[in-house]
Design a protein around this ligand. Structure first.
Ligand SMILES: *Cc1c(COP(=O)(O)O)cnc(C)c1O
Length: 392
């Protein structure tokens, strides 16, 4: 096993070793976190709507655990399928304007389960180069041809579709909001191409679900594209503030997944507490539009202040605001300087992002108000100067 220490040493040498750091919730202070006894403004969590600490969700979780048990005890295809699942899936289908829905253990499992069920040998999956790792892994597991198109480049996608014209089945898959860049997919263009080439279209709404739409439906339904999005996938682990993944589509798709998605079939159903919590969270997500409104507002001013300070925030168009610094060591330095200023914002390095594009990825939450974010932007400017990633 000596090779492991050697490899780790090499990783550390190029500022790419990762370590687990402990963060404790800052009791009573939403949008903050504690690290080594210090209170920090949390600008790295995906708790977009500030629901991870919501007492109504906590009460629903305790009630479900008390009434229905701690564990489900078996896969949903055996005896783990509680009535709450059906209730949640009917709510999800209605929310998305789809016939049916299916809950998975988490977003990662949903992606590998779905992609592996829809594509196999002799098929082709067309995937944006910046898609989430769970999509990449799903394609690898499926054994289908992996046709990666340049980020948000429909012309390149068209070229690949033409090149793979004779594949048995074609699946186009994209993040709706790209997780490390915060820009949006060109869903309208993807719809035109899927129609032209007779492909299936799958959209991963992990970072858009709850965040966009009058009732937090995400991007595809808000843009009126739900008929053309054959597979709508999302997670309860981000804006919902709980845990789990889901897929919405037509009845035959869901029946197919129940038969074929190995990540569903061969894995134990989620604990009842999680399902109880997610049902409560979905009600809050749909009802409390003020959380989305506040998030959009603070994000707009925050992004503008970072730009004005001279930071490169790329094409960010969502509550994900990256500051791209390039070098991994510089990103780590920037992260440390931010911590000194009282901000938790973690450096994101390759292979999570392409080589030479290491960054700090700020994510906002409706727990942060405008005055907090204005002060934060000033601290970020200071930290940027100190870390040498911003020149005066
Ligand atoms: C986070 C994320 C997932 C995985 O969801 P989990 O519920 O955390 O497993 C899938 N896709 C995208 C785009 C994500 O950002």
């Amino acid at each position: 096993m000596d090779w492991i220490e050697k490899e780790l040493h090499a990783l550390a040498g190029v500022s790419l070793e990762r370590e687990l750091v402990e963060y404790t919730p800052a009791n009573g202070l939403p949008g903050h976190t504690m690290r080594e006894g210090r209170l920090l403004l949390d600008l790295s969590s995906n708790d977009y709507l500030g629901l991870t600490g919501h007492p109504v969700i906590a009460a629903a979780m305790s009630r479900a655990a008390h009434d229905e048990g701690n564990g489900a005890g078996a896969s949903r295809l055996v005896t783990g399928n509680r009535p709450a699942y059906g209730r949640l899936e009917r709510m999800l289908a209605e929310w998305q304007g789809k016939e049916a829905a299916l809950v998975f253990a988490n977003g990662y499992a949903a992606n590998i389960g779905v992609i592996g069920s829809l594509a196999g040998r002799g098929d082709a999956v067309f995937s944006d180069r910046l898609n989430h790792a769970s999509i990449v892994d799903g394609i690898a597991l499926s054994r289908a041809e992996h046709a990666r198109y340049r980020h948000n480049d429909p012309e390149h996608l068209r070229w690949l579709l033409e090149k793979n014209r004779h594949a048995r089945r074609k699946l186009i898959v994209t993040d709706a909001v790209f997780s490390m860049d915060g820009d949006k997919a060109m869903l309208g263009e993807l719809v035109l191409l899927k129609r032209e080439f007779g492909a299936m279209l799958m959209v991963d709404e992990a970072h858009s679900g709850g965040v966009y739409g009058r009732h937090g439906e995400g991007l595809s339904r808000t843009l009126g594209l739900q008929e053309d999005v054959d597979v709508h996938m999302g997670t309860f682990s981000k804006a919902f503030g709980v845990y789990g993944g889901y897929v919405c589509g037509n009845r035959s798709l869901i029946r197919w997944l129940i038969n074929k998605a190995r990540a569903l079939v061969y894995s134990t159903a989620l604990p009842p507490a999680v399902i109880g919590g997610v049902i409560a969270a979905l009600e809050l997500v749909r009802k409390e539009a003020w959380r989305r409104e506040r998030l959009t507002e603070t994000t707009g001013t925050f992004r503008a202040s970072l730009r004005a300070a001279g930071f490169d925030v790329g094409y960010s168009d969502s509550p994900i605001v990256p500051v791209i610094v390039g070098d991994s060591a510089a990103a780590l330095r920037f992260g440390a300087a931010l911590a000194e200023e009282g901000i938790a914002a973690v450096a994101i390095r390759p292979p999570t992002v392409p080589g030479g594009t290491a960054r700090i990825r700020f994510t906002l939450s409706s727990s942060h108000d405008d005055s907090v974010m204005k002060a934060a932007a000033e601290k970020i400017r200071k930290a940027g100067m100190k870390a040498g990633v911003l020149t005066p």
